[in-house]
Design a protein around this ligand. Structure first.
Ligand code: SAM
Ligand code: SF4
Length: 327
């Protein structure tokens, strides 16, 4: 099967699919006032539309799918969607990014349906800070869900923490203690500026350089980047089972290795997280007969993926917050 290749020679084996924009958390950097539904109910992509979308992307080389949101676990048909992905020829890996709130109740079902990897957002190991950042006093439960995940045979269990100046930037010792005996990766993500968080960004954005220097000083080693790896710079240490990844979207080479495509919960293809436009695909997902047209459209659109985003210049594109495109 032909793989999508853009004019810069990048291939796109990785799709991030948002299942809905709604979320039950109020993360201070993302949806500080919670999710606000519009006046009319939004129709997120249905399981049938998602099945056609996945077949189309798999036909042009997508091998890894990430389900995200909003909060993907709020979809009542999540296990069904995971099962559809698992049954799509060509898709080898199915990951999900979640706030972890339903892990203890639903994780076994998702694993049985075919989920192969899990990312859980945990901005602080301290329950009081967790509550202050997410708006919900559920830190202890989320961590218990992560512990459960470690016993379920996932290819990878990773945690995401957004680096926040003055809110969680002194927690490296706690994370190191956590990682010593757990086969788990923590990704520290630099706060990204979005349309809705400009003032917050000014107060709390922190570059990752000091953290990376502390890791090097403590004997952590930067691993060579694998061909199909995500954007994280990954560190390991011989005395630790866990690993640490740094995601620094403001670093100069971040876009050159970008192999991500995104589809929003309403079915728009987004070529860059910070791009200025989306390409509606939903009208091509209404019947199985449209598959060839969908594939032709995907091939055509890839030529438009920009060489780099404009975040350094303060451009945030059309993204008000990452809950709208899934991060
Ligand atoms: N609700 C799920 C969750 O929080 O894991 C999935 C969607 S969330 C938008 C995906 C990831 O984006 C989370 O790890 C979250 O911490 C991260 N994120 C959200 N807004 C961000 C921002 N402005 N800068 C950096 N990361 C952000
Ligand atoms: Fe919800 Fe995830 Fe955004 Fe937090 S980061 S508000 S959990 S979508």
């Amino acid at each position: 099967m032909a793989c999508l290749v853009d004019p810069l020679g990048r291939t796109f084996p990785y799709l991030r699919l948002s299942l809905l924009e709604a979320c039950n958390f109020h993360c201070s950097y993302c949806l500080p006032d919670g999710y606000r539904a519009g006046p009319r109910p939004t129709r997120w992509l249905t399981a049938e539309e998602i099945a056609r979308l996945l077949r189309g992307f798999a036909a042009v080389g997508m091998r890894k799918l990430r389900l995200t949101g909003g909060e993907p676990s709020l979809r009542a048909d999540l296990s069904k969607i995971i099962g559809i992905a698992a049954g799509t020829p060509g898709i080898e890996k199915i990951a999900m990014t979640t706030n972890g709130i339903l892990l203890q109740r639903r994780l076994q079902d998702w694993r049985a349906a075919g989920l192969t990897a899990l990312n859980v957002s945990v901005d602080s190991l301290d329950p009081v800070r967790f509550k202050a950042i997410t708006g919900h006093d559920r830190g202890v439960e989320v961590i218990a869900g992560v512990e459960q995940a470690l016993g379920l045979g996932f290819d990878a269990v990773k945690l995401n923490a957004v680096l926040l100046r003055g809110l969680n930037d002194d927690e490296l010792p706690a994370w190191l203690a956590y990682l010593r005996d757990r086969r788990i990766s923590i990704r520290f993500i630099e706060l990204m500026r979005t349309g809705d968080n400009l003032e917050y960004f000014r107060r709390h954005h922190l570059r990752s350089e000091d953290l990376e220097q502390s890791l090097l000083d403590a004997g952590w080693q930067l691993l060579p980047r694998l061909a199909d790896a995500g954007p994280a710079r990954e560190y390991r240490h011989p005395e630790y089972q866990g690993r640490i990844g740094i995601i620094a979207p403001y670093s100069r080479d971040f876009c050159a290795s970008c192999n991500r495509l995104r589809v929003t919960a309403k079915g728009d293809l987004r070529l860059c997280l910070f791009g200025e436009f989306g390409i509606p695909l939903r009208q091509l997902l209404q019947s199985d007969e449209q598959q060839a047209e969908l594939i032709a459209s995907l091939h055509a659109q890839l030529g438009l993926k920009q060489a780099g985003h404009g975040l350094h210049e303060g451009q945030t594109g059309m993204t008000p917050h990452l809950a709208s495109v899934g991060g």
